[in-house]
Design a protein around this ligand. Structure first.
Ligand SMILES: NC(=O)c1ccc[n+]([C@@H]2O[C@H](COP(=O)([O-])OP(=O)(O)OC[C@H]3O[C@@H](n4cnc5c(N)ncnc54)[C@H](O)[C@@H]3O)[C@@H](O)[C@H]2O)c1
Length: 414
């Protein structure tokens, strides 16, 4: 089949690679010149796609990264994997709109268009379908097919990969769903048919909302536990011994990445503006998680204060900027928010982030040996390559926001 993947990012590139592997011919449409040039020379910017996989795909001649939309003509299946960010704290569907418009120009009768971007229920039916119908004068479900299949990719997760993570697949009509299922069955091991587009769209935003709310719950619990003088990490370990009805989430400096801070807003914003319905628990969770970076800084400030050191001018070493271990992804990372707040308050900050190339003179790729030079170290991302024993042995004070350090008088956990 001729496949078009709109967007060669964290979602689109692994999908394109899987489709090439399955024997399809894939046009990876990518408007970002820098990304496109890197794709063409097999220089991957997505950690789950090694350069050698990209090189092998290019060598088959069945993978064509491009920004020339004329090449997309006559596709059998097109998958939209473009960003769905927040702009001014509001859902921004302009990328989905633009991608659907580009596909509409090249749609042939009988082709299938599938949206994978995470969004609120109703987007495929109310936004994508009309764009395709208006441009062609055809009827979705009769002249061409439309589907929605949320992506669950978890960058860096070696156990659950693109291939073995169950893939929900929905269609506008049963025939649309059958086409979409046929495509995904060729590239993934486990497809899960959904009854409607909206059920699949809601399932995806709810999965991330579930995590978001539970993280907010433990973040708030950790603040209470601190007031009570209880070690929240030990409390959570105890609670997690319950073999049923409990799922362990852990506190941290907030939520980051493209999904958790963003997706629930698609749901709450849509519920409020379109349906006049407040999803209160989720809105509250957003407030709690958004406030975590400030809470981390206040804890650091209190600890320094106890040693008569003002935060203004204090030498602080931040460990990690990425939103989660093992990745260079700093999108919406709460660690970035913490470092910005520290700089704003006058801290003399150095940052260690092994997964990023050096961006400022104060950034290190490895933990400096001379930790005694710092008034405080704050662990923000628990990268596997951090030697935490070295930190424990040599730092004067550590605030551990990830519960990863040993308990010691000079180490405080969130
Ligand atoms: N990254 C994840 O872990 C993850 C997981 C599940 C779902 N998602 C969802 O998948 C979608 C894509 O996320 P991502 O992380 O791959 O984003 P990304 O920013 O890494 O990639 C999107 C790509 O789309 C390109 N693009 C922008 N406009 C385009 C257009 N009009 N046509 C074609 N390409 C265009 C961008 O240049 C970019 O390279 C989002 O809705 C996201 O919420 C992401």
């Amino acid at each position: 089949m001729k496949i078009t993947v709109m967007g060669q990012g964290y979602v689109g590139l692994p999908l394109a690679m899987a489709a090439v592997e399955a024997g399809h011919t894939v046009f990876g449409f990518e408007p970002d010149k820098d990304r496109l040039n890197r794709l063409k020379i097999a220089d991957s910017y997505v950690e789950d796609v090694p350069d050698k996989t990209l090189r092998a795909a290019l060598e088959t001649s069945r993978y064509v990264p491009t920004d020339v939309d004329a090449l997309l003509v006559d596709f059998d299946v097109a998958v939209i994997t473009v960003p769905t960010p927040l702009t001014d704290r509001q859902p921004d569907l302009s990328f989905v709109r633009a991608a659907a418009q580009t596909l509409a120009w090249h749609l042939k009768a009988g082709a299938t268009v599938i949206l994978e971007s995470t969004t609120h229920p109703g987007t495929t039916r109310d936004l994508v379908v009309p764009i395709l119908e208006q441009a062609t004068g055809w009827k979705a479900g009769e002249d061409f097919h439309v589907g929605f299949s949320p992506e669950r990719i978890d960058p860096g997760n070696e156990r659950w990969t693109f291939e073995n993570t169950p893939k929900i697949v929905a269609g506008l009509t049963p025939a649309c769903r059958a086409r979409a299922l046929e495509f995904y069955a060729s590239i993934t091991q486990n497809v899960v048919p959904a009854d409607s587009l909206e059920a699949a769209e809601l399932a995806k935003v709810f999965e991330n909302t579930f995590r978001h709310v539970n993280i907010a719950l433990v973040n708030e619990l950790s603040q209470l536990a601190h007031v009570l003088g209880v070690d929240v990490w030990h409390t959570l370990e105890l609670a997690a011994t319950k073999p049923f009805g409990f799922t362990k989430f852990t506190p941290g400096p907030g939520v980051g990445g493209h999904c958790l801070p963003v997706d629930p807003v698609y749901l709450t914003h849509h519920a409020r503006t379109r349906h006049g319905h407040a999803f209160r628990l989720v809105e509250l969770a957003q407030d709690v998680n958004d406030g975590q970076p400030e809470y981390v800084v206040s804890r650091l400030q209190d600890a320094l204060n106890a040693r008569s050191i003002p935060l203004n001018g204090a030498r602080i070493l931040a460990l990690g900027l990425a939103y989660k271990p093992g990745t260079a992804d700093v999108r919406e990372s709460p660690a970035v928010a913490v470092t910005e707040l520290l700089i704003e308050k006058g801290a003399r900050l150095d940052i260690v982030e092994p997964h990023l190339t050096k961006v400022t003179p104060n950034d290190f790729r490895a933990i400096p040996r001379d930790l005694g030079a710092y008034d405080a170290v704050v662990l923000l991302t628990q990268h596997a390559d951090f030697d935490l024993q070295h930190v424990a042995d040599h730092a004067r004070y550590v605030l551990d926001t990830r519960g990863a350090m040993p308990v010691a008088p000079h180490i405080e956990r969130l």
